[in-house]
Design a protein around this ligand. Structure first.
Ligand code: TRP
Ligand code: ZN
Length: 885
């Protein structure tokens, strides 16, 4: 067991290790509950460390079998070992070798960190601090070593033996055993170590790098599922080519292996030459995966592959620098996806995620800077802020210095720091150098938490043909940071005249305008534009050029003008969102005042949505689907900010959807009928776009007329030639109480009974039903034979779908929703603290709820906190969530 009170680790306390580990030779003899690990470490004193210091190696729940220094067991008193560490009091002040044997029980490892078994396959997960569960080590990212790994296993149980680097040797052994030796020539931190051993089916091909080197790329999956790995292999090949073309980065080993396992704490892991994936981000066929699943697979395959340069070849000095690899790599995978599919539609989807996950985090008790300054449990810092906001900071950098200098800065970074463990400062210095700009102020984005709130006001002087823009920024306080200073905010902008034309930007004086980017770096800025001869609607923050909240206070006419005529597709979408959001927020107030949501007449924007559908629906259906999708209940809650009543939000949003569906019914019916049966199993982005619009049409029709919707959905459900259409129909049916819903759910269950990943969709659909019976339904489903608390995907499908996507039932006034999730967290925590603490974050907005919901949430959190023996992971989240500022 770990210690009771977690020590706090601080960035300010960083110092290099006193010893370096140049080489690691591992011999791992696998057996399900008795694995023997022999580690031979070549160490030497670190010239940058303290001479003569003791050596303290990290461990976590380890059992030591034997220990030797240069071939001999040192005398008692010279060293000491416990499950948590091994200390050598006075190591030699010259190169020396340690031989450490540990015994592991992979079958009993339910934390899914270190070496464990998943459906009979041996696999590892070492980031962030899992290697210390395999052997005693300097488990931190600034210790880089060359690894040789010999893996031995039963040949029948584990015909496939994979390690990092290149295969060196393999052979048979007596007693039905066999072995393989892998060698990774690239020095790496231990968090990138991996091995896999098991019975797996594979798809593979040869990728030839642009300099002509052949690489054997392969995807390994559960036996019988190789046909579902074809798409991932294709995405991998496209990722490799893209990184060559766009960033000039080539792959560097002879092989690249990807393994899919069914028990995995997160999405995937970038181990050098041996990526290990949650199988839900590998396996796909038209019958089992939705278009969203395909897009996620493509993005995550790319993400892990891109880590080979941003993360592996250049790694992090310490875990405070996590965004150095994660933010940058998310930026790279966003760009890749934008190039593979529609750029505008990808950007909209990415910003939706940013706002629904990161903005919420930034506004609550778990807010932290992109580069945190302290942590007690590093696993709790793999957050939307580090990943998604971290990616936005890289994007802003590109906007500020321009694409050519950005690429030059990346080239310099790769060139200068290859093989090193780096900091954010070293990264930024490369861009400062190539651009000649001082990025000190920009660097504040990494240290200051919170989402800046930008208020923009325009004034048009018709006589003088002058338009004046005033910008103000303010960042609300976050935990530990009561005072905030202004950020450098790139505001990409344009002006759309009342006639619909784009007005050229002619700023007065020394306005900080670079091209179409206004560099807004102080509390308040006023800029005057000349020759504005017609009333303009400002199109600000085009493409979402900065991760801020923007309040422009345009009237409906201005928003409608942008929706119709803006040349920036993101802002066209944003204008439609603003119009719908304003309407919903007004209705929420009306509902709460007891006036009901229905007001006479139909707002003008509904007509505009109809016009838009008629023109854009055929041209870019994916974009049209995004524009017609109402803001989510979470978006509305964020807009309202405090004293949240999820039932009123739900009702107001449904009212808008019904109104939209009624007003556009003829067009929606035609769209739904037109595409009927046309796309089948075509998984192209174009076909996915048509399906998105068609299924949105179904959804709106059902909102307007449940009877009509149910009939259409039922037909679609049975006729569907792909999972996207089938699941969309099931979602519509699930929202309508009665026999039809239960029949469809039963049919889906029968069809996919033996397919856990598909049953996850079935669990999630039911967990999201916004009805009071859902709590009982979820409790019932937890007893379903396919459900288990030990598989993170099952837990997320049922319980995270409930806590994150069913706000009316999770935040029930009687507290039953919170109690359900609290019970699950308490049951999971002893087995898998990482999954439990992530589930806890679903409570992060609890203080914004109205009474009595807020009190109910507090009661649930206090009940969890009172449980003795709670993991450090869970304690860390609870402490921050319950802190009174
Ligand atoms: N580095 C991984 C990625 O983003 C994610 C990761 C971190 C992870 N810690 C993990 C995955 C623990 C699984 C388990 O690409
Ligand atoms: Zn990553």
């Amino acid at each position: 067991m770990r210690s009771e009170t977690p020590p706090i680790v601080r960035l300010a306390d960083y110092r290099p290790t006193d010893y370096l580990i140049d080489a690691v030779d591992l011999d791992i003899r696998l057996a399900p509950d008795d694995t023997l690990v022999t580690a031979e470490l070549s160490l030497r004193p670190n010239p940058a460390g303290m001479a003569g210091a003791p050596l303290r190696l990290d461990g976590d729940e380890l059992e030591l079998v034997s220990f030797a220094l240069d071939g001999q067991t040192p005398p008692a008193g010279a060293w000491e070992a416990s499950p948590q560490g091994l200390t050598l009091r006075a190591p030699p002040q010259r190169p020396f070798r340690l031989r450490i044997q540990t015994r592991l029980n992979p079958a009993a490892n339910t934390r899914l960190m270190g070496l464990y078994r998943s459906s009979g396959v041996y696999c590892t997960q070492c980031e962030a601090e899992g290697f210390r569960r395999i052997t005693y080590f300097l488990d931190r990212p600034d210790v880089l070593s060359v690894y040789t790994t010999r893996i031995e296993a039963d040949a029948a149980e584990a015909p496939l033996l994979l390690g990092n680097g290149n295969p060196q040797e393999r052979g048979e052994l007596p007693g039905g055993r066999h072995y393989a030796v892998w060698r990774d020539p690239f020095p790496k931190p231990c968090y990138l170590f991996a091995l896999v051993a098991g019975r797996l089916d594979s798809v593979s091909r040869t990728f030839v790098t642009r300099s002509g080197r052949p690489v054997q790329i392969a995807i390994h999956v559960e036996p019988g599922k190789a046909d579902r790995a074809a798409y991932a292999l294709d995405a991998l090949e496209r990722s490799m080519r893209w990184d060559e073309e766009v960033f000039g980065r080539e792959y560097d080993l002879d092989v690249f292996n990807v393994v899919a396992v069914s028990d995995f704490n997160m999405g995937a892991m970038e181990n050098k030459g041996l990526n290990i994936f949650n199988d839900r981000y590998v396996l796909a066929s038209p019958d089992t995966a939705t278009d969203l699943d395909y897009a996620n697979i493509e993005a995550i395959i790319a993400h892990e592959y891109f880590h080979n340069w941003t993360g592996n070849r250049i790694t992090c000095r310490d875990w405070f620098q996590l965004c150095l690899k994660e933010g940058l790599t998310v930026y790279r995978d966003h760009e890749f996806s934008a190039d593979q599919r529609s750029r505008a539609v990808r950007r909209i989807a990415d910003v939706r995620t940013l706002r629904s996950a990161q903005f919420v985090e930034d506004a609550g008790p778990l807010a932290h800077p992109v580069r945190p300054e302290q942590y007690s449990e590093i696993n709790n810092f793999y957050t939307a802020t580090v990943y998604e906001k971290g990616a936005e900071l890289v994007r802003m950098l590109g906007i500020l210095i321009g694409p050519e200098k950005f690429r030059a800065g990346m080239d310099l970074y790769f060139d200068r720091h290859d093989g090193q463990a780096c900091t954010v400062e070293q990264f930024l210095a490369c861009f400062a150098e190539v651009s000649g700009e001082n990025l000190d102020h920009f660097a504040r984005w990494y240290s200051q938490a919170g989402t800046p709130h930008v208020v923009a006001r325009g004034a048009w002087d018709e006589q003088a043909a002058v338009w004046t823009l005033t910008l103000k920024q303010r960042t609300p306080p976050t935990p530990g940071q009561p005072e905030k200073r202004p950020q450098v905010i790139p505001v990409k902008m344009g002006l759309i005249g009342a006639s619909g034309r784009e007005i050229p930007l002619e700023p007065d004086g020394d306005a900080p305008l670079r091209g179409d980017v206004l560099v807004f770096d102080r509390e308040e800025l006023t800029v005057t534009f000349r020759n504005v001869t017609e009333r303009p609607a400002p199109s600000l923050l085009r493409g979402f050029s900065a991760p801020v909240r923007l309040d422009v206070n345009l009237d409906d006419a201005g928003e409608l003008l942008l929706f119709r005529a803006d040349t920036d597709p993101f802002n066209r979408w944003q204008a439609a969102q603003n119009l719908m959001l304003k309407h919903i927020v007004k209705d929420v107030a009306a509902i709460r005042a007891g006036r009901g949501a229905t007001r006479p007449g139909e707002p003008a924007f509904i007509g505009a949505l109809g016009d838009f559908l008629a023109t854009e629906g055929g041209r870019d259906p994916a974009f049209a689907a995004q524009a017609l999708t109402a803001p989510g209940e979470g978006d509305v809650a964020r807009e309202i900010g405090a004293d949240i009543d999820p039932d009123a939000i739900h009702a107001a949003r449904e009212t808008l959807r019904a109104m939209t569906g009624r007003a556009l019914a003829p067009a929606l019916r035609e769209i739904h009928a037109r595409a009927d049966a046309s796309d089948g199993a075509d998984i192209s982005a174009a076909a996915a776009g048509r399906r998105a619009l068609r299924n949105l049409a179904l959804d709106l029709l059902a909102a307007a007329d449940p009877e009509e919707g149910a009939e259409l959905a039922e037909r679609q459900f049975h006729a569907a030639a792909n999972m996207t259409d089938r699941l969309a129909a099931l979602n519509v049916l699930a929202a309508l109480p009665g026999g039809r819903r239960e029949a469809a759910l039963a049919a889906f269950e029968a069809r996919y009974r033996d397919d856990p990943l598909v049953l996850d969709k079935w669990f999630a659909v039911q967990a999201m039903i916004p009805e009071p019976d859902t709590v009982a339904r979820v409790r019932r489903l937890m007893e379903h034979p396919a459900f288990t608390l030990t598989n993170p995907n099952r837990v997320r499908a049922l319980l995270s779908a409930f806590s994150l996507s069913n706000p009316t039932q999770f935040a029930r006034r009687d507290g039953e929703g919170f109690a359900l999730v609290a019970d699950a967290i308490l049951a999971i925590d002893p087995k898998n603290p990482q999954v439990a603490s992530r589930m806890l974050t679903a409570f992060r907005s609890w203080r914004t709820l109205e009474e009595p919901r807020r009190d109910q949430a507090l009661a649930a959190l206090q009940r969890i906190a009172a449980r003795p023996g709670l993991s450090i992971d869970a304690q860390d989240i609870l402490t921050r969530m319950l802190a009174t500022k």
